[in-house]
Write a protein that binds this ligand. Structure first.
Ligand SMILES: C[S@@+](CC[C@H](N)C(=O)[O-])C[C@H]1O[C@@H](n2cnc3c(N)ncnc32)[C@H](O)[C@@H]1O
Length: 273
């Protein structure tokens, strides 16, 4: 590991706004078994009192990378609390350092695998979730997509009723997949757009969409420079579960073809769908 990374990891230990639990804080063994099971972290249900010192609504950015979006939203909305979640400590360092230096009271970061997210938040503790430029997992398991029924089931356990999920992505494949998940489960779509900087965003409620094009993440800026279209989808996940998979209602082959070779991050622009 490079010296720069080690330095960031050491500095990460000093940031009060950054929670970096060991896996053992959320995983233990079933009695009499070697199987690991998820257990609640001590902060679950206590973010307001223990981290922020208030009961303002909490918004998560899952896969926040360097935390640009988390910070930009937090600066605009001091009446809300924002938590950026990612597994990469060297990326989180940037956001956590900025939040610490600027003494931002409404920003926190959590270093964990998003697969463990329900160990950290109690019922109704979260008001909104942002998925920003998540890996579309074109060739991996559907269950590893952050908008798959499996992940929605996790979010449902802590998202308040009516709470929204926002997906902002350069991947038309992920946008179409997530739309198919919404249709399969009759989830209410609040706003959408397949090329938001060219055509804008269609809002089906009073949701104001201006700031969605005003704030850009690190990856978003990179994709825009590559000339890619950016999509946006907002929906609520009110549903008793279990969520249904879209199955054949999502045309995987068609959207994979439409996505083109770019998703390997080879910096080759995709063909437009
Ligand atoms: C393409 S980057 C986008 C980063 C940021 N949202 C942006 O737009 O600049 C995806 C991020 O998601 C994180 N990530 C992907 N899968 C994850 C998982 N299962 N758990 C935690 N973080 C994950 C990666 O570490 C990476 O920082």
């Amino acid at each position: 590991m490079g010296h720069g990374k080690l330095k960031k990891f050491a500095e990460n230990e000093t940031f009060r706004c950054l929670l970096q639990p060991d896996a053992s804080a959320v995983l233990d063994k079933e009695p009499g078994s070697r199987e690991l099971r998820l257990k609640d972290h001590a902060i679950k249900g206590r973010w307001g009192s223990d981290m922020f010192g208030n009961d303002h609504p909490i918004v998560l950015e899952l896969g926040c990378g360097k935390g640009d979006y988390t910070i930009a939203l937090a600066l605009r909305h001091p009446e809300m609390n924002y938590i950026g979640v990612d597994i990469k400590g060297a990326r989180l360092w940037k956001g956590a350092k900025y939040a610490t230096e600027q003494a931002l009271p409404n920003v926190a970061f959590l270093r964990t695998r998003i697969e463990f997210i329900e160990a950290f938040f109690g019922p109704g503790e979260v008001s909104e979730i942002w998925l920003t430029f998540s890996d579309p997992q074109l060739h991996g398991s559907e269950n590893s997509r952050l908008s798959s029924p499996l992940f929605l089931e996790r979010y449902r356990k802590f998202l308040r009723p009516g709470g929204m999920v926002h997906l902002k992505t350069d991947s038309r494949y992920l946008y179409e997949y997530t739309s198919a998940v919404c249709r399969a489960n009759k989830l209410q779509v609040i706003a959408s757009g397949t090329d938001i900087y060219r055509d804008g965003i269609q809002s089906f409620s009073s949701l104001s969409t201006d700031e969605i094009t005003e704030i850009q993440t690190f990856y978003e800026k990179m994709f825009l420079e590559m000339g890619l279209s950016i999509t946006y989808l907002a929906f609520t996940i009110d549903h008793d579960g279990p969520y249904a998979f879209p199955g054949d209602a999502f045309d995987h082959d068609y959207w994979l073809e439409a996505e083109g070779p770019r998703r390997s991050f080879s910096h080759q622009p995709a063909r437009k769908a």
